[in-house]
Write a protein that binds this ligand. Sequence first.
Ligand SMILES: *Cc1c(COP(=O)(O)O)cnc(C)c1O
Length: 430
Amino acid sequence: MTDETRQHRFATKAIHAGAAPDPATGARAQPIYFTNGFVFESTEQAADIFAVRKTGFSYSRGSNPTVAALERRVAALEGAKAAIAVASGQSAVLLVLMTLMRSGDSYVASPRLFGGSLGLMRRLDGRYDLKPRFARGMEPADFEAAITPDCKAIVCESIVNPCGFVMDLEGISAVAKRHGLPLIVDNTLASPALIRPIEHGADIVVHSTSKFLAGSGQVIGGVICDGGTFDWVKAGGYDLINQPWPDYDGLVIPERFPETPFAVACRLFGLRDLGPGLSPMNAFLTLTGIETLPLRMERHCSNAKAVAAFLRDHPAVEWVSYPGLPGQTGEANVARYSPQGPGSIFTFALKGGETAAKKFITSLDLVSHLVNIGEIKTLAIHPATTTHRQLSPSERAIAFVGPETVRLSIGLETIEDLIADISQALDQVG
Ligand SMILES: *Cc1c(COP(=O)(O)O)cnc(C)c1O
């Protein structure tokens, strides 16, 4: 990235950051480099790249030019020092936890998280003894109360999947700083167009790019961003980042890469050792999606607000959880962190309970019944029996997902058509 692109504003960066016309051919779109290997100039260069004495492409599991363009673009949009693209959002969360911790360590986690993250955390606890300590509530004080001496990080989502709650990122970051812990924020539901968590004190940001970043529901992917803000050496105790790597000639990552030691540890361990790299094709489609991100997010937010207001006033609806409406819990956090609106994923409950919730979903015509979120198409799902089914009823209650709850992801269709479809489906619920 040149200094010029660094100074550009958000929509310009979404189109230009991290990619330039191809110097070999002049191609204006980012070329897709479908190659596993890259020919070395010399045996010395090959050895230098393998020992991380020099940077360069060697094998596409660890890095690839098309994937690198996506990494630079997401890093620029988040205001991060570096980013690593991976095969899915799920693997982004996995690599962050595995890079920071070893068996016996713990971390504080938000009680309301994406169901897949909760499932992963439970499995890592049971099989690898990486212990999540769930905060009792959503306030910074709840996170602080859950911290124990073996704690290595704090994890939350910027906007919570599925209830749309916007977290008090600066409050939670103040807790993290007081206890010398890195704050990890899953920014999938906001995207950097709505919230840039590093500006509010986060140290690491993760994304499922399968959602708003790619935008069209075609490709799975994930990104890990290193804010370069956390002092790992001072904090101590993060072996993989701070201790010499004997098989890399005693490499001490923070000495050679003082700006982005977390990103480097994550790439060496997460991609070279564990291996969930992103395909260049998926990186290309995601880059293409990001070019229109700011425009799409405006429409996602305005459509979601209109649908939420319609549902709130409908007699068949018990409640709507969309903090972008006046009088809702968490309204102040929306005004402070996400003034454009809290995204387009939210829940609502039907007075007729589970039967009505399921009848509503199957009565939709324009709106698709499927499990993705953050697409240009509007989607609906019954989370208690799908995304959140692995949780116990009490865990589901904490996550704000009851049998009567429907999750919507509002897309970019003409609003009158969306409301007409939702209205006819509510009529069928009776
Ligand atoms: C979807 C999602 C993930 C997992 O991402 P995949 O790309 O589906 O693996 C992680 N976090 C949040 C908040 C998500 O919505």
